[in-house]
Structure formats: C-alpha cells, structure tokens
Write a protein of this length. Structure first.
Length: 417
C-alpha cells in the first residue's frame, strides 16, 4: 500500500511539474526557516500529511527542488539523498512553515508557488550556524537549488524573508559571545549570498520568534538584578521593535512543550505557523510592521509602575486558561539588591499597572522571567498571562478543533524610567 501511494504521489508530482511548463509566468516565493532544533521541528509529532500537502492549492507548495518530497532533511547531502531514496521519514517532524505555506497559498494567486524548507542544526549555538559552517553552507545551497530550478523553467524567483528560530543553546550554555553582533552578521551574510545567487535587489527581511528557556540555564535566578539569560530574548525583542527589517511571529511560552523541555509540540508549530504567515503577508503587502505585543517603555509614579505597549489587536487581556497563572501574571519588579517588590497587577487603558511595596527607584521590570527549574512552556515554565484580542476573531482549525490565534506578550527585562 505504501509503495502504491509513493508511485501515485510520484506520478502526480511529475504531472504537476509538466503542467507548470504550460504557464507563461510563475513566481516562486521562497520562505525557508533557519536555526536549531525548533526550526527542524524536533520531537513535534507531525500533524501535516505530506500527500495532502503535495496536492494542496493545486500543488503550489513545494520544496527547494520545486517538488513535493517533503520531510527529508540532512546537512549531509548523501544522507539526504539516501533518505529520499528509501523514503525514510521517521524523523520528519511538524514544522511551523507547513501551516505558514498553506495560509500563503490560500492568500496568493494561482501563478505563485510557495517554496519552503528547513535549515540549521539542533543543539547548536549561533556561532556554529554562521557563514563558513556546514549548516550555513547547506542552507545557502538549498536556496541556490530553488533559484536554479525556477530559472531553468523560466520562472521568477523571489525570497522576501527567512524565518529565524534559534537561541536556546546560547541562552542555556553561556558561550560568552556577542549574540547580537553574530546575528546581525549572519543576516547580512545570508542577504548578500541570496542577492548574489538570485540577483534580487530587495533585502531579505527576518521573521523572528522569541526563545526563552531561561529556567533551563544552570545559573538562572529570577530575582537577580543582572539576568544574563535574558540578554538574547531581549535583543531579539529590540530588533523587532526598533528595526523595520525584523518582524515578530511570537514567543514560545504559550505553547505546550514536549516533556516540558526544549521543543513545542505539533499543535504549537501549527499555531506559530499562522503568526509567521501573518508576518509574511505584511511584508508582501508592504505594510508597516505591526506584529508583536511588545513593551514600549516603563515609568513609575510613586510606588506604581506603568508599562506602555505596542498592541497589534487591542484591548489587552489577562488569560489564565491557555497559560497557567503565574505570580502577578508574570510581572516582577527587581531592585538593585535582588528583591521582587511587585505586589499587584492590573490593566487600565491598555497599559499594565504594577503596584509595588516601595518606590521602584533604579529597578527593572520583567515579564515571563520566572518558572520552575528546567521547565519550559505554558504550564510551569517561564511564562506570563498577557495577550491581545486577535484570537477573538482569528482562529485556525487543527485536527477538527478551532484554536484562537493571539499575540502574546514577549518576555522582557527593561529599566524603569
């Protein structure tokens, strides 16, 4: 039965590609994901059926080879070829880009192909994903393959963005590198290489998730005034907030983690994929960056801290259903002598108000910098209960069940003005 299915799928793919040659104009829209294990979907039970994905939207979702052989990934080309040859898919997990691709296929014309594929390597710091490394070279070669396949057919090729999913290892292993510098250099290297390959003039834009496994770092102390574990999550937040080239998908804490460890489950990937698709559509439509529930500033009046936010879909809400209630809904106010003086949290006029036990001079306000040791995710990991209202009107169907798609507040650690 499996062999018959494989033969049918192969014939369908051949017929699809043959039919494409009859079209005078096609656009290959390439949006891959690069990073470490979350980019590769490690441990996420696959909910996407590859046979169904191959025929979705008249077969317009394709791999870097512009075919429908989804799920085969190795940084070693020979191993990847062997996997395809024997149809080995035991390590073909759910990826956020599968659901992203479906939404984009539904939102674009019949002349547009959505080209998706993962790149990177699990349990790897950013320094070992940068230019000159094996994962980087494989990622660039896959982009080159997609371009050359499109060029050979006389189709246009455009790569407007990549999805970035990396940072866990740099948070937990303390590699003593400048993450921001390495990330910006990596983005420029990818940008230059893509321009050299495809000849496109526009810069690659970056769709960022926010990593936040701070409770898995051995030295983590939620009450420490200096919190090195938040350096990377805060750096990505600031890029998304301040640089129009960087776009928000969302933080990971609202999702269920497999074993409450490192990796979100398949449902989480599909939910996250919807946020990624919304960011891509913003980029394609040249809309002003608006995704991401992010803090703008924090100031105090007496013993009260007031936090102003960028809110994609007001009003703000406190949600203790999807995310287990955290103390003070995830907010803390940390003094220079390492005490949390936050006592009570409310929302007023789409701002968060935190009443403190004393005047918060020289303090820092934090969100979702907490959690049980070695835990991740919405139940016991670093988390907070603040979201917007987008999911009250936007839902996605996963295995016959509707799921609201909210923008959850990003983790942050900022000084109080």
């Amino acid at each position: 039965m499996k062999q018959l299915t494989a033969i049918i799928l192969l014939i369908a793919s051949i017929l699809f590609m043959a039919c494409q040659k009859n079209h005078s104009h096609r656009v290959v829209l390439c949006i891959p994901v690069y990073g470490q294990s979350l980019a590769l979907g490690e441990e996420a039970e696959r909910l996407t059926d590859f046979d169904s994905l191959a025929v979705y939207a008249n077969g317009r979702i394709v791999t870097e080879n512009l075919d429908h052989q989804f799920g085969y990934f190795e940084n070693d080309g020979l191993k990847e070829f062997t996997k395809k040859l024997v149809r080995y898919q035991k390590r073909a997990f759910e990826l956020s880009i599968y659901n992203m691709a479906k939404i984009l296929a539904d939102s674009t014309g019949s002349d547009t192909l959505i080209c998706i594929f993962p790149g990177g390597q699990g349990a790897t710091a950013i320094a070992n994903l940068s230019k000159g490394t094996k994962p980087y070279q494989k990622f660039i070669e896959d982009i080159r393959t997609a371009y050359e396949e499109a060029h050979e057919r006389g189709w246009d090729f455009v790569m407007p963005a990549i999805c970035w999913m990396q940072g866990e290892t740099d948070v937990t292993d303390y590699p003593d590198t400048d993450y921001m510098q390495l990330f910006l250099q990596l983005v420029e290297d990818i940008n230059n290489d893509v321009k050299n390959i495809a000849g496109q003039k526009q810069d690659i834009e970056i769709i960022c998730y926010q990593t936040g496994p701070v409770a898995r770092a051995k030295n983590f102390n939620a009450f420490a005034y200096d919190c090195p574990e938040m350096t990377i999550p805060q750096a990505i937040l600031e890029l998304v907030r301040d640089n129009p080239r960087y776009h928000a998908s969302g933080p990971m804490y609202p999702y269920t983690f497999v074993r409450e460890a490192i990796h979100i489950d398949g449902i989480g990937h599909q939910q996250h994929g919807c946020l990624v698709a919304l960011a891509v559509l913003d980029i394609l439509h040249y809309q002003k960056q608006s995704r991401g529930l992010l803090p703008i500033k924090a100031e105090h009046q007496g013993e009260e801290v007031i936090i102003d936010f960028s809110i994609p879909c007001p009003p703000l809400r406190i949600d203790t259903i999807q995310v287990t209630k955290a103390e003070n809904y995830g907010f803390s106010v940390i003094t220079p002598d390492n005490r949390n003086i936050a006592q009570f949290v409310t929302i007023q006029d789409n701002k968060v108000h935190i009443l403190c036990s004393e005047q918060p001079d020289s303090c820092r306000v934090r969100y979702a910098v907490n959690g049980e040791k070695m835990k991740s995710g919405r139940l016991h990991g670093p988390r907070g209960n603040l979201r917007d209202s987008q999911g009250e009107t936007l839902r996605i169907n996963i295995q016959g069940k509707p799921y609201p798609v909210y923008n959850w507040c990003w983790q942050f650690d900022i000084p109080i003005e």
